[in-house]
Design a protein around this ligand. Sequence first.
Ligand code: GDP
Ligand code: MG
Length: 598
Amino acid sequence: MKSIRNFVIIAHIDHGKSTLADRFLELTHSIEKRKMQEQYLDQMDLERERGITIKMQPVTMRYEDGGEDYTLNLIDTPGHVDFSYEVSRSLAAVEGAILLVDATNGIQAQTVAHLSVAIEQGLKIIPAINKIDLPQAQVKEVEEEILSLLISMDCDVNEIYKISAKTGEGIEDLLQGVIKEVPKPEHKPDEPLRALIFDSIYDDFRGVISYARIKEGKIKGTDKIYFMGSKEKSEAKEVGIFTPQYKKKEVLESGDIGYIVSGTKEIETAGIGDTITFQEEKRRAESPIPGYRQPQAVVFSTIFPTSDSNYDDLRDAFDKLKLNDASLYFEPEHSAVLGRGLKAGFLGMLHMEIILERLEREHDLELIVTAPSVAYDVKLTSGESETVFTPSQYPDPSTIEEVKEPWVHLKIIVSPDYMNNVMSLLKTIRGEYKDTEYIGTGRLRINYETPLAEIISDFYDNLKNVTSGFGSMAYEFIDKREVDLVKLDILLAGDEVPALARLVPKDEADKSGRKLVEKIKKVLPPEQFAVAIQAAIGGKIIARETKSALRKDVTAGMYGGDYTRKRKLLEKQKKGKKRMKKEGSVDLDTDTMMKIFQ
Ligand code: GDP
Ligand code: MG
């Protein structure tokens, strides 16, 4: 029987996960040296450029130690808060996790959140401090933090690996640690098949390929399969492992991690967290692997092409992206001013940004994007209820009985030096302070409850600003609570711009209106004419700013003295401005839009 170890690396963005994976690949000779390039497993260009890993390719490595031949399966956990459900499913597919912490940065909020899930699921945690080659490394402090977080696991300071993924120091020790400490998977090849899908991707030629952990049983490339969550049937076409390229195998069995070409074209059929078993009744598993749920969009926005003639292109592009992303939700929407568009739902702001960037870059589309919103549960006086996430859908206020919005538990990690700044920042959002706890001796975790709407746009940036980039945050849903909402309209040069409308709490409407017009004034590129920026509620103006005109200096280059000529030129320019002002309307590009929303 093979000696298998299945593990993940839990790390904050930039703490060195990809670099560490590179070292493992080298050490196990999984990649020929001449093919090795940095961050080998980061497949998408976008990920490389932005330095964020959305999904890293899983990989199976071979390693010999003490005469024994080991199979090591490394799979990924995305580091970002938007993808926490996917993280929980990857964690369910393995027995161990390397907790990787940057020695110069310390542990970050999202890492703590993932770590608690890993501990809850009973994973063996192997703590490692990375970047010890750097002079500013604070190994002692980070050790304390790790110890305080692993207190329930009775972790000793000697059990923390100190490594440099860059120089390779300590890497082999760590890999041997994985072999020694991570339990080998349970071997149950004779039970009914249960394979846990932790990722699914769409391939143009082969349809949906599911990445799965075989919990029990065996699967061959010809088996008739059944998805227990989506209740769909299909026929497998091929199974195999990641080298990291696909390598066909006869069979995958209990303990293995590999891919299943699942014979379907619909990504929703093979959703993350679903369980694959057999179609045949008597070979079927009794119950699915727990923890499956449909992806939950939390941020919504409507996307319009700048020209209506591109609507079909936008739709096609969404269809293509959706092939690979079951969490992407969209449906057609029509606006009197902006024409045809798509109402779309995302897992969070980063997810939204990535999709927009891909639409523009890979599909060459110019877009108008409305302010992101959360989903509000609206109960009408008629007794009906609806979910509202665009201001244009908002019902007539006189027909509304009650509105509820999602609340989250927000956890922020900072050093005490920044505590006051963070508390002041927290005062600017709605919500309720809970408490503060120590992590190690040098840092604090602040617990706060707040409506999700308060943190989806610029909160994270503001947190970074007030903590010199050191603060980090994570959040989880609590429940839905009542809120008194109004629709805030924005007018530019006297014209209502529906894309800029938003739903805001009534008590905050004046403040939001003022803030928004100030922000628009700041980011709006100047026009040839002055632009009035106004915020209104139910037709009543509540805030106003003016963006001055872009003034061409027509007198530049003229010698002084000729006053009349100068006057004449300025007069002429003024007239030109008047004319333009009459025809003037403001065009907003996507870039400016995103700046307004962020
Ligand atoms: P990821 O976002 O967790 O995948 O992090 P990366 O592997 O992309 O690393 C982020 C940055 O840190 C890159 O510039 C790496 O070269 C650098 N880095 C990673 N590990 C080390 C290390 O041990 N020492 C030093 N000095 N830099 C490192
Ligand atoms: Mg990476």
